[in-house]
Ligand binder design. Structure first.
Ligand SMILES: [Zn+2]
Length: 148
């Protein structure tokens, strides 16, 4: 198996369902971060058949809610001096602001640059479903993100 050495200080995002690693990488905009980052894809896992792992060798503020949008089964390990000092679980966020677009093309959030789309979670089974707080359109989070 591909061996990736541990990190001294930083974050390991583990148990990412295979295929979601790249989505998370994009979501966290890791291409703009100037520190060592490893994205490992399709490695064997005890619990999942295959998984992805992301290691970030730096102090890094993670938006756990955003991670939950993509994959609520992942675990986030905070590493300091080569040891895991904290483990965080991720949940599907109840409220989301500015992360993705409302699916109603006539929604004010799609035409006005100053209004950030804002949603409330209404169904968390399968693909999370959100209710737009402006037009009440139900929007399924489809993996596309908005940077606004
Ligand atoms: Zn809307």
């Amino acid at each position: 198996m591909l061996e990736v050495k541990g990190i001294k200080e930083g974050i390991v995002i583990d148990h990412i369902k295979a295929g979601n690693g790249l989505k998370l990488f994009n979501l966290l905009m890791l291409e703009y971060i100037n520190c060592p980052i490893v994205l490992v894809m399709n490695v064997d896992s005890k619990n999942l058949e295959k998984k992805d792992i992301i290691k970030i060798e730096d102090k890094f503020d993670l938006d756990l809610d955003k991670l939950g949008l993509i994959d609520s089964n992942i675990t986030v390990n905070i590493i300091k001096n080569n040891k895991v000092i904290d483990k965080k679980n991720v949940t599907i966020p109840k409220k989301v602001k500015g992360t993705f677009k409302c699916s109603n093309p006539r929604c004010i959030t799609n035409s006005d640059d100053y209004i950030s789309p804002s949603f409330k979670l209404i169904d968390s089974k399968g693909t999370p479903e959100y209710l737009c707080e402006y037009c009440e359109e139900i929007t399924k989070y489809d993996g596309y993100l908005l940077n606004k």
